[in-house]
Design a protein around this ligand. Structure first.
Ligand code: FPP
Ligand code: MG
Length: 294
């Protein structure tokens, strides 16, 4: 992972503009799930490591823009780039990372460039859909699943598919693994927003609903509530909640086993991922994501 960080730094440094590099250095490094996947599938070689760097660059660019869109002041427990340098700089740094990512991806085989660039179009549509769904309380689970597929799972799917393509493995099988892993990942993330603490999350807890995201646990809960409680839940949408309101939501989550049912859906996607490949390392990635304390 350090080697990937080194390549990323080299990519931005090669652009020869210090203010961009200074801002880039303030981005906190993540877990690099997409890179781990690429290396487990394609092995470690010059091409696979460079593919990791390109995918991470695109992912970082998307997070810079996402933090502007979501007005997020924290990313991975540290001040976001928009909070440090303002939204204009965060958008432009995102543009630089994204364009450099494309400049590097065209140096790969056309097929790899096609897989990755197609994923970026879809991921951008996913973000647009996320914003659109945030306009009002959403109880359409199908729309939500489509949105998280586009916003989150697509780039994980493309990483697995491109890695398989690099080493002539069955692309569709690995794409299926990546897609289901990505869906499980986003559902786990949605659950952790509710069960986690600001410290463990590196961002405020119970923040999704306030941000306008009716995530899966909220949709599951809405389905179970009576008419009056449905209205109470809806009245809390996109609001800064007080302690009593948070306690009310959490008690309802407990009453209807919502967290357990949400974990169970994440596990279903995890199992689908596992069933499409017979590789112990890839099974381990799924299990690290899902078999945890919530
Ligand atoms: C995080 O979602 C956001 C994404 C996974 C995708 C963001 C995509 C874009 C902004 C469009 C693509 C842009 C470029 C430059 C390639 P979240 O807000 O639910 O999660 P969070 O809590 O980590 O912010
Ligand atoms: Mg966000």
């Amino acid at each position: 992972m350090d080697k990937i960080d080194e390549i990323l730094y080299g990519f931005i440094s090669s652009l020869g503009y210090k203010p961009a590099l200074d801002m880039f250095e303030k981005i906190s490094s993540g877990k690099k799930l997409r890179s781990k996947l690429i290396l487990k599938i394609a092995g470690q070689n010059e091409q696979s490591v460079r593919l990791c760097a390109v995918v991470e660059l695109i992912h970082l660019a998307s997070l810079l823009h996402d933090d502007v869109i979501d007005d997020s002041l924290l990313r991975r427990g540290k001040p976001s780039i928009n909070s440090l340098f303002g939204t204009k700089n965060a958008i432009m740094l995102g543009d630089i990372l994204y364009s450099k990512g494309f400049n590097e991806i065209v140096k790969f085989d056309m097929k790899i460039a096609d897989i990755i660039s197609d994923a970026v179009c879809k991921l951008s549509i996913g973000e647009l859909m996320d914003v659109e769904l945030g306009a009002s309380f959403n109880d359409d689970q199908e729309k939500y699943l489509k949105m998280i597929y586009l916003k989150t799972a697509v780039l994980i799917e493309a990483s697995a598919k491109a890695a398989a393509s690099l080493v002539n493995l069955d692309e569709e099988k690995y794409a299926k693994y990546g897609k289901n892993l990505g869906l499980a990942f986003q559902i786990v993330d949605d659950i952790l927003d509710i069960t986690g603490t600001a410290d463990s999350l590196g961002k405020p807890a119970m923040n999704d609903f306030k941000e306008g995201k009716t995530t899966l646990p909220y949709m599951f809960l809405y389905e179970k509530l009576n008419k009056e409680d449905k209205e109470t839940l809806k009245s809390m949408f996109k609001k800064e909640l007080n302690k009593e309101q948070i306690a009310w939501i959490k008690a309802k989550f407990d009453e209807y086993d919502i967290i357990k049912n949400s974990i169970s859906l994440a596990k279903d996607y995890g199992n689908k991922a596992i069933n499409s490949v017979c590789n112990d390392d890839l099974k381990q990635i799924v299990s690290n994501m899902i078999d945890r304390d919530f």
